[in-house]
Write a protein that binds this ligand. Sequence first.
Ligand SMILES: Cc1cc2nc3c(=O)[nH]c(=O)nc-3n(C[C@H](O)[C@H](O)[C@H](O)COP(=O)(O)OP(=O)(O)OC[C@H]3O[C@@H](n4cnc5c(N)ncnc54)[C@H](O)[C@@H]3O)c2cc1C
Length: 417
Amino acid sequence: MPMHLRYHDALLSDEERLFKSSVREFAERHIAPIWEKIDEAGSIPVDLIKRMGSQGLFAIPVEEEKGGVGGTVTMAAIAVEEVAYADPSVAVAVYTLLNNGWPLLLSLYGGRGGFEWLVDEIARGDSFLGIASTESHGGSDVAAVRTVAEERDGMWDINGEKTYISGVIEVMEHLPKGGGWLLVARKGARNSSPSPRDLVLILTIGRHGRERAPGIEYSRLETIGRHGISTGILRFNNHREPVEHTLGGENSFKILLQGFNIARILVAAANIGSARWALDQALEWIKERTVFGRPLASRQSVAYTYAELLAELESSRLLVLQAARLADKIYVEKDPLFKPKDLNIPSAMAKLKAPRTALKVYEEVMKWHGALSYMKESKLHRGWLGVMSYNVGAEGAENIMRYIVARDTIGKEHIRP
Ligand SMILES: Cc1cc2nc3c(=O)[nH]c(=O)nc-3n(C[C@H](O)[C@H](O)[C@H](O)COP(=O)(O)OP(=O)(O)OC[C@H]3O[C@@H](n4cnc5c(N)ncnc54)[C@H](O)[C@@H]3O)c2cc1C
């Protein structure tokens, strides 16, 4: 990389820079050569996931004694960005980010549940941990979930259906050990006025080794992009989990929101990595592609747009770094000056801006490639469709990000969702 483009590195510590170059080297070697194949095949090879585990790319911010790598949220964001640069369809990055964000939440609020075994399996690339919140009647209104968890004899009895859930096939079929999701359910029978206080967050194991959990049916949905990671439906029919699998007791909803905050930083990092790749493709292309006797890059309409996009991308990247640094203050350094809710605004701003910017980058870069970008042989559409998932709503829709920023600045009394 030319010296003048290494400005972002100046914001990182020596350790972070070293980590970044090791992830980049790994991703260039093991992910970049096969990312299109992954997108075509619709799954990430298990040996790649295992290799990523050996490289220390999962459970990065979780303390070592809790089964993790003992790093930081900033390091996880760096890893996700580099992985997304190597697989701009973002599938491998999504796998990576889920297996960093949700294990951190589990390790922070799993209490004495003793989930080190699961974090350890995730860190090795044997298991997966995602989030199962969305239901078909609307994902944005999390407090209105209809899946019910009833407590009986020390067990949750779970009934309901979740949709658009990432990792369904990886857990139920592919990974050596399986894994599960943090499931959002309503305690007791459904009542007419749902309240966040009724929600419960339950570690739900879909499969462990050969044992597929009774009471869970699953199916895969056909997505338009990021094919490498599965998206599907989970149906719970008297599925049982021990009450010790509850995260946060009465505070489950607040804890869930913390999980979203952490995940959104990493999602934003994935979008940055993918868009950086697209912009780098453009840099080559606009200098090479000659029309009317001159390269595209010699037109100000193209060159200045490139400059504008680069500036926007770097602004979004700074938002990611700001949010990741704050997350580290809260969750890794445990600095008493900062509280989990301080992360609401920075994390929502990063998630609001990065996917939008990435989409803008793809739109321009594809237009600069003309008809070629519309051909299957061009790789650009795979990245475009990947970042689109985060524009249509994955890990929180745009208006929900605007709502969070507005609510936490203007005030709850003025802003309703
Ligand atoms: C590829 C993919 C993977 C996913 N993986 C997971 C997963 O692993 N786990 C999981 O739980 N979910 C997952 N999701 C679902 C995702 O979290 C939801 O898409 C998201 O929460 C939005 O919910 P919805 O799609 O039902 O849209 P809705 O909630 O119906 O929203 C539709 C539109 O309305 C807007 N809107 C909503 N409320 C308001 C308001 N108050 N004011 C103004 N506008 C509003 C939104 O911005 C959005 O544009 C995934 C989605 C995708 C696309």
